[in-house]
Design a protein around this ligand. Structure first.
Ligand code: HEM
Length: 392
């Protein structure tokens, strides 16, 4: 969607649902879902699946509430969308590269451009699914983004279908990004055991073994915070950023940039710039402790920067601090010779609880937190109401 009044309305909706206060209120849900994640790791090493469960549960619950449609149909519908989104991420980048090189391809008739027809079909399917899910969200008695959006002024200025699409966009945007960063955390943990030792020493001294780390500990855990910044730098999620269009003629360092030109931020290049990051291929959280001014560009730039960054940071903090607190992470597949290569990603890892005491706490916390999601959403609504932004 190009920059303009419509885009501004969508953006306003997104930023209101993901404001500083709102993102703080959502911590209640992240707290509960991360306890479930810890419990799940007692029985499986399949970290990709557990991370997907966590991110999709958090996003689904915020977007559509506690209900899941008839027989879980909403979840299944959205699961298919997620698979399609991953397909698009892979194929669209290929299509876009060709189009950038040979713009005349864009003028070919539709029946020749198979990928374009596929994309249009997909768009209608996705839109239909988002509208269905929004309908379930509104039928649900619990607080959720569908209810909250309905109360906002943007819902009077945009067609309801567009609002549903906007909420669906948030849902999808929040799942794979956060999951990918968490997978990279597993990679870093098996490749850099010294980092894990340092993080666990910090957690043991601040938190001890009688309770889980919580959001209240954040300021006392500078190494964990530095580790998350380094994780976002070390493995760039969106290597060339999202393409932006220049809306008016501009000049940068003597170069003329005409209106309409596409500008792509070389995020990978920035993150690997050895004039800013010494030995950039190395995973080294200490660099962010030694220089707190070091940039983190993972969430993009300017008007279109990621509106979900605070929610994402909350998830990364609570999941990573709790995983490190409770588990040892290793892999027999690590090839130390590949330490500096991006191909070193271990697709398998062994995730074992650190001690029987840690297991006891993990099980107790999960058993105690088994309250209904409706209660959690009620807490979120009350938290937002005290800031006058609940929506229902
Ligand atoms: C670690 C996790 C995440 C990363 C690394 C990430 C990164 C990004 C990046 C690089 C962009 C493009 C910014 C630009 O164009 O300059 C973006 C856009 C966006 N992100 Fe995120 N994101 C994450 C999590 C989330 C979450 C949790 C949500 C929703 C709750 C979200 C919603 C969005 C939306 C809606 C946009 C489009 C913004 C626009 O075009 O106006 N993201 N994100």
């Amino acid at each position: 969607m190009p920059y303009g009044p419509q885009w501004r309305l969508h953006r306003r909706l997104h930023t209101s649902l993901l404001s500083v206060q709102a993102s703080k209120a959502y911590r209640r849900l992240q707290d509960m879902q991360s306890k479930k994640l810890l419990q799940d790791f007692l029985y499986t090493n399949n970290f990709s699946e557990v991370f997907y469960q966590y991110t999709s549960d958090v996003m689904f619950t915020l977007a559509y509430g506690n209900g899941q449609g008839k027989d879980g149909s909403d979840h299944q519908r959205l699961h298919r969308i997620n698979e399609m989104a991953m397909f698009i991420l892979k194929t669209a980048s290929f299509g876009m590269t060709l189009l950038d090189r040979f713009p005349f391809l864009d003028m070919l008739p539709h029946f020749v451009m198979k990928w374009r027809r596929m994309a249009e079909d997909l768009h209608y399917q996705v839109k239909g699914a988002y509208i269905e899910c929004c309908r379930s969200g509104l039928q649900s008695s619990s607080w959720n983004w569908s209810h909250a959006a309905q109360q906002r002024s943007e819902a009077k200025e945009l067609p309801w279908e567009d609002i549903c699409y906007s909420i669906g966009e948030l849902y999808v945007a929040g799942i794979h990004t956060t999951k990918m960063v968490l997978e990279n955390f597993i990679e870093a943990s098996v490749l850099y055991p010294d980092m894990v030792d340092k993080a666990q020493a910090e957690l043991d001294s601040v938190v001890g073994t009688d309770r889980l780390p919580s959001f209240d500990d954040m300021d006392q855990l500078p190494y964990i915070k530095a580790l998350i910044s380094e994780l976002l730098r070390w493995r760039t999620i969106s290597t060339i950023g999202v393409p932006h269009t220049v809306i008016q003629n501009d000049e940068y360092m003597g170069y003329f940039i005409p209106a309409g030109a596409t500008v792509v931020a070389n995020q990978f290049g920035m993150n690997m710039d050895d004039t800013i990051f010494e030995e950039p291929a190395k995973f080294n959280p200490d660099r962010y402790l030694q220089n707190t001014e070091l940039p983190v560009s993972a969430f993009g730039f300017g008007r279109r920067s990621c509106p979900g960054s605070r929610l994402a940071e909350g998830s990364l903090f609570i999941v990573i601090s709790r995983l490190l607190w409770g588990y040892k992470i290793s892999s027999s597949k690590v090839n130390k010779n590949l330490l500096n290569e991006s191909s070193s990603i271990p697709r398998e890892a062994t995730i074992r609880v650190r001690t029987p005491r840690h297991q006891q706490i993990i099980e107790k916390e999960w058993a105690d937190s088994k309250i209904d999601k409706i209660d959690v959403l009620g807490d979120i609504r009350r938290g937002l109401q005290s800031n006058n932004m609940a929506g229902n």
